[in-house]
Every structure is written in structure tokens, then in C-alpha cells.
Design a protein around this ligand. Sequence first.
Ligand code: XMP
Length: 315
Amino acid sequence: MFDCEQFIAESAASMKEQIDDIAIIACSGGVDSSVAAVIANEAVGDKLHCVYVDTGLMRKNETQEIQEMLGELGLNLTTVFAEDRYFEALKDVTDPEAKRKVIGELFIRIFEEEQVKVGAKFLIQGTIAPDWIESGGGVRDTIKSHHNVGGLPEDMTLEVIEPLRDLYKDEVRDLARVQKIRVADRQPFPGPGLALRCLGPLTLERVHVVREACAIVEEEFEAAAEAGKMELPWQYFAALLPVRSVGVHGDVRAYGETIVVRAVQSMDGMSARYSEIPHDVLAKISTRITNTLKGAVNRVVYDITHKPPGTIEWE
Ligand code: XMP
């Protein structure tokens, strides 16, 4: 049985011992980095600088929500607005692994800049076990190099501390509940953000499309769960596919792209089963997406692939 109080106490004590200088923590607003930040704050609050990078690849209204949430936890937070830099760096990148590498490198460069500003020596990260297991190493195949692991450049100058390295998601959520973190039960969101849900060219317009579609999926699933029509899946979102098909709006021919809705049930993200969703919920999502994103999207499909063989994200 995982003992949260004991883990927090031991982890804070070990950080206190190790961290003898200024530390930066990369806060994404997700449960993993928030838990790591609260432990680090308890251990070395006076030396801790929390940095949140707005990559321009976040969900709708997410930056503002994250700023409020981290502020409530009493963390010393700096927000770096880096949308332009990310879109410039990702301009011609469509390969999923290349995206992760570019995003990971830029993420570290931005942290190095912040490190110089505050004179930090340590970088704390909320990496958890599935991140590095799926990133390969040793005898394992690289399935996906999660950006906070495999994407780290070799010339990085910060000393990395990963207090949650050996934990699985359910354990991190338990910690978050003990720490009274608001996002304890929020679904996971990948570090590289909407970049992994926008297949094909990463443009501001296409990322806007997938951001709106993700927001609609979240709203409709949460409303349906609230109304007792279904259970909320473990993870649920939309991805934009660079597949155009012929449609019709009114009596005008349309030739837009495709949104795939993905929803899965899982314990820890390592394996997953697609969720059975009531058809009326899917129908409402489809109507809202095609109405809201008229011209850009004229077809919505539902993904019925388990993991394995599919992964949860499309990239
Ligand atoms: P996959 O797609 O590998 O996802 O079945 C398993 C879980 O990990 C998340 N995921 C990522 N998280 N960086 C992250 O921080 C990544 O590069 C990444 N890729 C996938 C995914 O959302 C799911 O919860």
C-alpha cells in the first residue's frame, strides 16, 4: 500500500539534503509537476522558482487556469510566453519524434535562460515511471520519447531531480489529493501539448482548430458524465488529421479536414481500452465541431482502437 504522507516526507527530506542552491521547477499545470512543485516548495521553498512556459500548444483558457491554480498553492511563479518561438521552431516539423525533440530542446533552452536569470543550479521535473519506460533505455524499445525525458539535449547544464520517477499516475493522483491540489483528478495532458494532436503541419490556424475541438469534447463528456449518462473516461480529447474529405454545408461543397475523437479507459496509460460512449453524446460533439469549425472540419470520427495496438495519443 502506497503511503502518501511517508512518500512526501521522505522525498522532501531528500530534496532538502540534495538542493543546496537555487532550483527551478518546470510547472506545466498538470498533476505530476504540480505534485513535484508542492513537495519541492515544502522542502526548499526559499530557493524555489517555478516556471510555467506557455508554448501556444495549451488547451483553451489553460494558461490562465494554471496561473490561478499554482498561485493558490503558494508557489513563486514566473510565466514565460513562448508561442512565437515554438511555432517558429516547429514550422516544418511533422514527424512525431522530431516534434518531441524540438519541443524538448526549446523547453530546456527556455529553462536555461530562466536559470541564468535566477542563478539556478537544479531543475526539478515531474517525470513519472511510464514517461521513461516508454522512452526506452536499456532493453526497451523506444515507443515515444516523452519530451521531458528523451528530448533532453546532452549539453544541458542543469542538474535534474525527478522526485516522482518511480511512481505511476494513480499514486501521483493520491499524492495530489493529500496535497489538496485542484487538478488531482483532471485527465492527463501530454507535455508537448496540442502538437501531438495536430497531425500534419503545425500552424496557428490548425492548432486553433484542434484546441476548439478538444474543448468541445471535454465540455460534452463532462456534461454527459454530470448528467449520469456515462462515466468520465480516463482520457478524452480530439486530434486533427490532415485528411480532407468532401462534404456539404447548406448546398455548398466543402473540402475540410477530419477530427478524430479519442476516449480511453486506463489505469496508468500503459495500456488502455477505448471507451464506449453513448451515440447521442458523440452526435452532439460531431454537430458542435462541424458547426463551430465550419470550413476547417467537415468530418468527425470516433477511434475504437485499444492500446495496444494503438497508443493513446495519435502521435
Ligand atoms: P501514449 O500515447 O504513449 O500515451 O499511449 C500514454 C500517456 O502519456 C501521454 N503522453 C505524453 N506525455 N509527453 C508527455 O508528457 C509525451 O511526449 C507524451 N506522449 C504521450 C498521453 O497523453 C497519455 O496520457
